[in-house]
Design a protein around this ligand. Structure first.
Ligand code: NAD
Length: 288
């Protein structure tokens, strides 16, 4: 199978990531089903997708014929069985819960054609943790998109120890055929590539702030004006949500017990005061 032979895709989970991934596939001419256990999520995803496309037309960035073509490729399907019965690729984008994901993969194994590849968009679970739930582990890998997936160019394709070369090649080619730049993570590692790079930068940035070398705002200026980064580390944290970042740090610290993973006092203080970043209007920066 090659990436160009992926003609039909089902995205499971119509939340933040799934609706974007499904729309991205539809934009590139792939017949796309989007399914979710909650009908409301599907209705919202369809409304969002139509609004997005109509907005592009209104701004003169897309013809109405092209928007209609994309709408015809994008199907919301409430029954999982109907959604996956004849697809080449399933992209899983459901909640981040290992047991729920494994249950889904085991079920998919029974109701999809033998050639169907299963790819998870999980940010934390490596593909072998999901492949064990199936009888086709060689056809399982991760395809990790970035938020917002319609716009962000990068995807990480993550190999499990038993993902077949054909599966990986198909996913890399599929990513390219749908407008993305894929990178291959050749061995399983928590955080994959990009989040490990980000963690390195962020840990250094925290060290500099906590030890009084510079303010978060000056560190961001250093990264933005000195390194050409589009966004400094603290602006990035504000965007992600400081409460989310704090829970990730707390979980990491509980697991490792390492001093370097301990949540920084300033982060704890900001969250305690309800300053969660862009979503609450205040974090390291103040937002309108
Ligand atoms: N949010 C991000 O920035 C981001 C970035 C990269 C990867 N991810 C990963 O993408 C996945 C989805 O994250 P999200 O932020 O879109 O979550 P979300 O909570 O916005 O959406 C999850 C959707 O999955 C649905 N769902 C839950 N269980 C289901 C099941 N058994 N079958 C079908 N649908 C089910 C929910 O109804 C919900 O609509 C997670 O694995 C996450 O780690 C998230």
């Amino acid at each position: 199978m090659s990436g160009n032979s992926i003609k039909k895709v089902t995205v499971i989970g119509a939340g933040t990531m799934g609706k974007h991934i499904a729309l991205n596939c539809a934009i590139y001419g792939i017949e796309t089903n989007l399914t979710d256990t909650f009908a409301d999520a599907l209705d919202k995803a369809l409304a969002w997708s139509n609004e997005y496309l109509d907005g592009r037309v209104a701004k003169g960035k897309m013809t109405s014929e092209k928007a209609d073509e994309i709408k015809k490729n994008f199907h919301t399907v409430s029954s999982l069985e109907d959604a996956v019965k004849d697809v080449d690729l399933v992209i899983e984008a459901i909640i981040e819960n290992l047991e729920v994901k494994r249950e889904l993969f085991a079920k998919l194994d029974l109701i999809t054609p033998a050639h169907t590849i299963f790819a998870s968009n999980s940010s934390t679970f490596v593909p072998s943790a999901l492949a064990v739930a199936t009888k086709r582990p060689e056809k399982v890998a991760n395809i990790h998109y970035f938020n917002p997936a319609v716009h962000m160019q990068l995807v990480e394709v993550i190999k499990s120890p038993v993902s077949s070369p054909d599966t990986l090649e198909t996913l890399m080619e599929f990513a390219k055929a749908t407008g993305k730049t894929p990178i291959l993570v050749q061995k399983e590692i928590d955080g994959f590539i990009v989040n490990n790079i980000l963690a390195g930068i962020t840990n250094t940035a925290w060290f500099l702030v906590e030890n009084g070398y510079a303010t978060p705002q000056d560190i961001d200026l250093g990264a933005e004006k000195g390194l050409g980064h589009a966004m400094g580390p603290f602006r990035t944290l504000d965007l992600a949500g400081l409460d989310t970042i704090l829970s990730i740090r707390q979980a990491k610290y509980e697991k490792s017990g390492k001093e370097q993973d301990k949540p920084p006092a300033l982060l704890v203080e900001l969250v305690k005061n309800g300053h969660l970043g862009k979503k609450t209007g205040k974090g390291f920066y103040t937002y309108e």
